[in-house]
Design a protein around this ligand. Sequence first.
Ligand SMILES: NC(=O)c1ccc[n+]([C@@H]2O[C@H](COP(=O)([O-])OP(=O)(O)OC[C@H]3O[C@@H](n4cnc5c(N)ncnc54)[C@H](OP(=O)(O)O)[C@@H]3O)[C@@H](O)[C@H]2O)c1
Length: 260
Amino acid sequence: MAQASQRLLVVGATGSIGRPVVIAGLAEGYAVRALVRDARRARLPARVELAVGDLTRAQTLRDVVADVDAVVFTHGSNVRPPGPEAVDYGAVRNVLLALDGQRPRIALMTAISTTDRKGAHDWKRRGERLIRASGLDHTIVRPGWFDYNDADQRRLVMLQGDSRQTGTPRDGVIARDQLALVLVRSLRSDAARGKTFELVAEHGPEQPDYDTVFGPLEADAPGTLDGARDTPNMPLADEPAQVIADLERIRAIFKGPARV
Ligand SMILES: NC(=O)c1ccc[n+]([C@@H]2O[C@H](COP(=O)([O-])OP(=O)(O)OC[C@H]3O[C@@H](n4cnc5c(N)ncnc54)[C@H](OP(=O)(O)O)[C@@H]3O)[C@@H](O)[C@H]2O)c1
């Protein structure tokens, strides 16, 4: 159980994964702060501290991130503007900039097949890269498809290499509440530190101790931008100049690993 004084910031707290993360955070003993765009529409438990901000505007996030011990990112863009660059990627960059050297533990949710280079996922992968470049203690969770799991499909499976890329639920499925708990429990797990994995569930009961599932995974190599066993199909030299500049800025602020 986390100490009562530990403050967890939930990014995307009003979303379909953010809400169960808020509940899981409270259940695990955190003081939960929820980043919301509109406090009147938030409809979160009364003990949750609401912090109003817009992920696409870094200047609104300074107070939101003050004195946080941990951050779970569950935000996501939809098809309407401002889109994945501003939201999926911009949220990570802007929160890191607002942290300005504070060093909370991070759990970032992206998606299975983040490395497929089909376009839509590239901004999620760039967000992952910012987290690794910061050198902050992190766990990056790439979930399978939500809402396709059977009731008895609760055995957690954590994969690496991101090789399931059909773009359909055949790539794997996961329940939202279980994903939320994996994100929250990763925050105080030594076994999950520095690791990136795809998360799905198979038929069977849930493992009682998540560390037994985190433990065998390979950690991201310090100083590398991609997750352990990822295909190296996004060369830094081909990346947009602004993305390279963001990586350098984040690394400088957090004094992250030199070799990114
Ligand atoms: N569906 C799947 O099977 C699946 C599988 C793997 C990964 N994913 C990924 O999961 C992600 C999240 O999905 P979801 O279903 O939880 O989405 P969601 O319910 O739409 O939640 C998105 C959250 O992000 C927040 N947000 C968006 N833009 C913001 C901004 N500018 N400032 C502050 N907050 C902002 C939303 O706040 P508001 O309430 O204010 O809008 C909301 O809390 C998506 O990116 C998706 O790619 C989905």
